[in-house]
Design a protein around this ligand. Structure first.
Ligand SMILES: NC(=O)c1ccc[n+]([C@@H]2O[C@H](COP(=O)([O-])OP(=O)(O)OC[C@H]3O[C@@H](n4cnc5c(N)ncnc54)[C@H](OP(=O)(O)O)[C@@H]3O)[C@@H](O)[C@H]2O)c1
Length: 280
């Protein structure tokens, strides 16, 4: 029987690679994002592989869209085997300067959509006693990157959500996992920074991506572990290292306050929104 997967945020980055790998494994993959043209490219690419891609473009911050999405898939397929809650975005900015609508939207996409989609698939998964929910969190839940305050708190919420949900799933073959990747080279930085441009190059993005890992390596590890029902997946050595620092919270705080924080602030002060930092 064909396996049914749903991947949110599949138009770029980690979600796109996850969808490709699932397609390679023969899954029927429902892919969600706002940029329809990119989802169509993905569909074309999957044509030469074992599985199938079905695109459903839309905005995950919209609760009605989320409801229709799940009922449409369940009506047609009668099941969802894998839900990959992956869509998300961040913003590097002084917290009080961040647009309040953006904070709200960030929570809608990064947290509420994850919880809502999980709630919508759980009844069907529990009925068949089969299903995997994979939530893409981040190591920032334990090592919060300075000036990403709203984003960091959404990822802490994803971690907390998963940790609590697994208590409810005890004894079932329905599992929920949180993945904690470290920095990845995806479309993330491009959206997160209002960067200054130097010689036509976007400096903050380049700096962020310099030490970022390949989403392909991360996705490969997720696929390898997705049926193990683990509480947590740390997909790379760097992710494991960051995650292990949770035992040394005071060291993390020191590094963030006195080393990485000031460095990041200097970095942001050179950005377009320079005036915002003058009196803060
Ligand atoms: N890159 C990193 O350093 C890093 C590290 C740890 C964790 N993560 C997490 O990894 C996940 C994937 O991000 P990425 O790094 O692959 O970044 P990305 O390349 O920017 O991908 C983000 C995806 O989310 C989708 N998305 C954003 N807002 C949406 C909305 N309102 N409705 C529907 N889809 C939406 C985007 O699609 P559209 O714009 O087409 O809608 C895109 O497909 C995120 O949860 C991110 O927080 C990233």
């Amino acid at each position: 029987m064909v396996l049914i997967s749903l991947v949110t945020g599949a138009s770029s980055g980690l979600g796109r690679v996850l969808a490709e790998l699932l397609c390679e494994k023969g899954h029927r993959v429902y892919v969600i994002a706002r940029r329809k043209n990119l989802l169509e490219e993905l569909k074309k690419q999957c044509k030469n592989l074992e599985g199938e891609v079905i695109i459903i473009p839309g905005d995950l911050s919209d609760g009605n869209f989320r409801k229709k999405l799940i009922s449409q898939i369940l009506k047609k397929e009668k099941k969802i085997d894998y839900l990959f809650n992956n869509a998300g975005f961040g913003r590097a900015i002084l917290f009080e300067k961040q647009n309040k609508k953006e904070i709200e939207n960030m929570f809608k996409v990064n947290v509420i959509a994850y919880e809502h989609l999980a709630a919508l698939v759980l009844s069907s998964m529990k009925k068949s006693n089969n299903g995997r929910i994979i939530n893409i969190g981040s190591v920032v839940a334990f090592t919060p990157l300075p000036y990403f305050t709203a984003y960091n708190s959404t990822k802490s919420a994803v971690y907390g959500f998963n940790r609590s949900l697994i208590y409810e799933l005890k004894g079932l073959k329905v599992t929920s996992t949180v993945v904690l990747p470290a920095r990845m080279k995806t479309g993330f930085a491009e959206k997160a920074y209002d960067c200054y441009k130097e010689k036509g190059r976007n400096m903050c993005i380049e700096k962020f991506n310099k030490i970022a890992e390949s989403p392909y390596v991360v996705a490969k590890n997720i696929i390898k572990n997705m049926n193990k029902g683990k509480e947590i997946i740390t997909p790379t050595l760097r992710a494991k290292m960051w995650y292990s620092t949770r035992y040394f919270g005071f060291v993390v705080d020191f590094v963030m306050k006195y080393i990485l924080g000031p460095k990041e602030r200097k970095h942001l002060e050179q950005a377009v929104l320079k005036e915002d930092y003058k009196n803060s």
